[in-house]
Write a new protein. Structure first.
Length: 291
């Protein structure tokens, strides 16, 4: 049986039947400030114990700063995040972990773009799509350069609410990342990145191959719904990313006897039986603690 990817939260792993299945997508849904980023960082940090390498963060936030990743990582795990290059590197830099490995990439920082294409006119959409294409090689390089050096887990953060997933550039880009990078054989990812230089670097590509079926991905999506009950009642659109996810974890506020709390619920988990209870959690000095 394929070894599960432990989340770093023992109670959550128990609810998941041992952890997340590698080679699959997990979507975490919840309002701003509920604890999604802390959950993601605990999952990434646990990679150091389970695989010998911490995971990586791809931040899609386009307005304002990142999701406080650096502050949380430093405070929770004494982990100083290394920012990936936004200006490209030579192919030769890929084969050394010292030059290829990084912890986070935030390509859209302060671009001021809205996440929905309907907010832009035709010319703005054309300009924005051209900018996305220019950033695509940096995106491929970030993931490939980490995976060839042992990273086996990643978090995609900063996904903002959209009325329709099909109207969001973030979901559109995620579909590319998921299908053309995370789930693609490593030599084909190398071909997309190296292009005309592939033949020259073919021996290094072969020596640094990895199995995409061992990579786990958490996608952290901000929702308008705050209460856990509202998230549980939320319908899944046909064709949206939730329909294709192996696991869906809902995180929301609860109200009981005049007091507010936090709880999570596993709404979907293919591959094994899971505990479907509503599990309270707290955010402590070392991150999330699930009851």
């Amino acid at each position: 049986m394929t070894e599960r990817l432990e989340t770093g939260l023992p109670a959550l792993d128990e609810m998941l039947g041992g952890g997340l299945l590698p080679g699959t997508l997990t979507v975490v849904l919840g309002a701003t400030g509920i604890g999604k980023t802390q959950l993601g960082l605990q999952f990434l940090n646990h990679g150091l114990q389970q695989e010998g390498q911490r995971g990586i963060i791809y931040d899609m936030t386009s307005r304002g700063d990142s999701q406080s990743h650096a502050d949380y990582a430093r405070r929770l795990f004494d982990w100083t995040l290394r920012e990936g290059s936004k200006h490209g590197q030579s192919a030769a830099d890929l084969w050394s972990a010292e030059t290829a490995r990084s912890d986070t990439l935030h390509l859209f920082e302060r671009t001021g773009r809205r996440v929905t294409l309907s907010d832009m006119d035709f010319d703005q959409q054309k300009e924005w799509k051209a900018e996305l294409n220019r950033k695509l090689l940096d995106t491929i390089r970030f993931f490939y350069g980490n995976f060839i050096h042992g990273v086996r887990r990643c978090v995609i953060d900063g996904i903002e609410p959209a009325e329709r997933a099909s109207d969001s550039f973030q979901y559109d880009l995620f579909e590319y990342i998921h299908n053309q990078i995370l789930r693609k054989e490593s030599d084909w990812v190398a071909r997309d990145l190296l292009r005309q230089e592939f033949s020259r670097h073919a021996p290094q590509v072969a020596a640094h191959s990895y199995d995409a079926r061992q990579i786990g991905c958490l996608m952290l999506c901000t929702t308008k719904e705050v209460l856990l009950d509202d998230l549980i009642a939320r319908p899944i659109e046909s064709g949206d990313v939730l329909a294709n996810a192996n696991t869906i974890i809902l995180m929301g506020k609860t109200r009981e006897s005049g007091r507010m709390g936090r709880a999570l619920h596993i709404a979907k988990h293919r591959g094994s039986a899971c505990d479907e209870r509503i599990a309270p959690f707290e955010i402590g000095p070392r991150g999330l603690v699930v009851s």
